[in-house]
Design a protein around this ligand. Structure first.
Ligand SMILES: Cc1cc2nc3c(=O)[nH]c(=O)nc-3n(C[C@H](O)[C@H](O)[C@H](O)COP(=O)(O)O)c2cc1C
Length: 319
């Protein structure tokens, strides 16, 4: 077996492929199955201090295109190909207390695998900044290898959270700085693609002390409208709100964001996310200068943890 190991933010990875923060990493059992399948690392589903109440209705839908036609729809049907995932899921519905004990057990069982804790708190006042520090200390005391700060969820129910932080370069800096004051492990910042110039938020995060940028989270988007019912294909009692688009459709969009950052900041480290289902897709991110690549939608469709997707690492040898 070829040596696929790599160093990223000072951490040694068996291979540069990670599951990104999402349903495939929402529990200890999923994470351990992912390690057994061969992933070099995982980023946990985003952990907050308090339980969140998720939206009604399905959390994730899959948008498909007809193989012989132009119709795109979330309705399941034969002869169609996956275009994208669409979700309005919030962060982990299990609060920090649930994860304590489990993170350390995962790390003890899989010492060579890389466990990254994704965390999120608010940003409106000093108490919220302190919450970031509480999450940081608790997760690193559990032995996680790195932290990923979620400045990127496009549909949080609070204005001082998620992509609202990632859209404000001052907040990007201030929150990263607060975390770095107490962090003993590398700190990655996951940015939203929904800004005019992502380089500005990346620079601000690095000024705050970030060790790497992960990008992209999902893109803000609406479900299509069914021409027969005139309803959005995904709605709850007739209402809809913006959700996040992931999967194949966002690969070129995410690559554009990534190339802006790697061109402007060639000496910095980046983890590429968005639309990766095969080695060829991952290769695009590596060639743009990313040190690791993360996968969500492809893994969700593949027994929740992506044993097929992980086989993509085998093609590195051919390349
Ligand atoms: C259902 C679902 C839930 C997600 N939850 C989180 C989350 O809690 N934290 C986070 O940082 N990203 C979250 N994401 C975003 C993914 O980690 C990833 O950035 C995005 O889906 C793009 O990657 P993909 O094209 O491989 O799906 C979620 C994505 C989906 C589809």
């Amino acid at each position: 077996m070829a040596d696929l190991s790599t160093k990223f933010t000072g951490i040694r990875f068996e291979n540069p492929f990670l599951l990104s923060s999402a349903p495939p990493t929402e529990s200890d059992s999923n994470i351990m199955r992912a390690f057994d399948a061969g992933w070099g690392g995982v980023v946990t589903k985003t952990i907050g201090l308090h339980p969140v109440v998720n939206v009604k209705g399905p959390k994730t839908k899959f948008l498909r295109a007809d193989n012989n036609g132009y119709r795109i729809s979330m309705n399941k049907r034969p002869e169609s190909t996956l275009l994208a995932s669409w979700n309005w899921e919030l962060i982990s519905d299990k609060p920090l207390d649930w994860w304590i004990g489990k993170l350390s057990r995962i790390k003890k069982a899989y010492p060579a695998k890389i466990l990254v804790a994704s965390i999120m708190a608010g940003s409106g006042n000093d108490k919220e900044l302190h919450n970031w520090q509480t999450l940081t200390k608790a997760c690193q005391d559990e032995g996680v290898d790195a932290l990923e700060l979620n400045f990127s969820c496009p549909h949080m129910d609070r204005v001082d959270m998620g992509s609202n932080v990632g859209k404000d370069k001052v907040l990007c800096s201030v929150v990263t700085q607060a975390v770095k004051q107490v962090a003993k492990v590398p700190v990655w910042v996951k940015l939203t693609p929904a800004t005019a110039d992502i380089v500005e938020e990346a620079q601000a995060s690095f000024r705050g002390g970030a060790d790497a940028i992960s990008s992209s989270n999902t893109f803000p988007s609406l479900p299509v409208i069914d021409p027969n019912t005139l309803e959005f294909e995904m709605n709850v009692e007739g209402y809809v709100s913006s959700g996040g688009l992931g999967g194949p459709a966002i690969l070129p969009l995410s690559l554009a964001k990534m190339s802006q950052m790697t061109k402007a900041l060639p000496d910095k480290e980046f983890s590429g996310i968005g639309g990766v289902s095969t080695f060829d897709h991952a290769l695009c991110y590596f060639l743009l200068g990313c040190g690791t690549v993360q996968v969500c939608t492809a893994a969700m469709l593949d027994q929740a943890i992506g044993p097929k997707a992980v086989r993509l690492s085998g093609r590195i040898r051919i390349f």
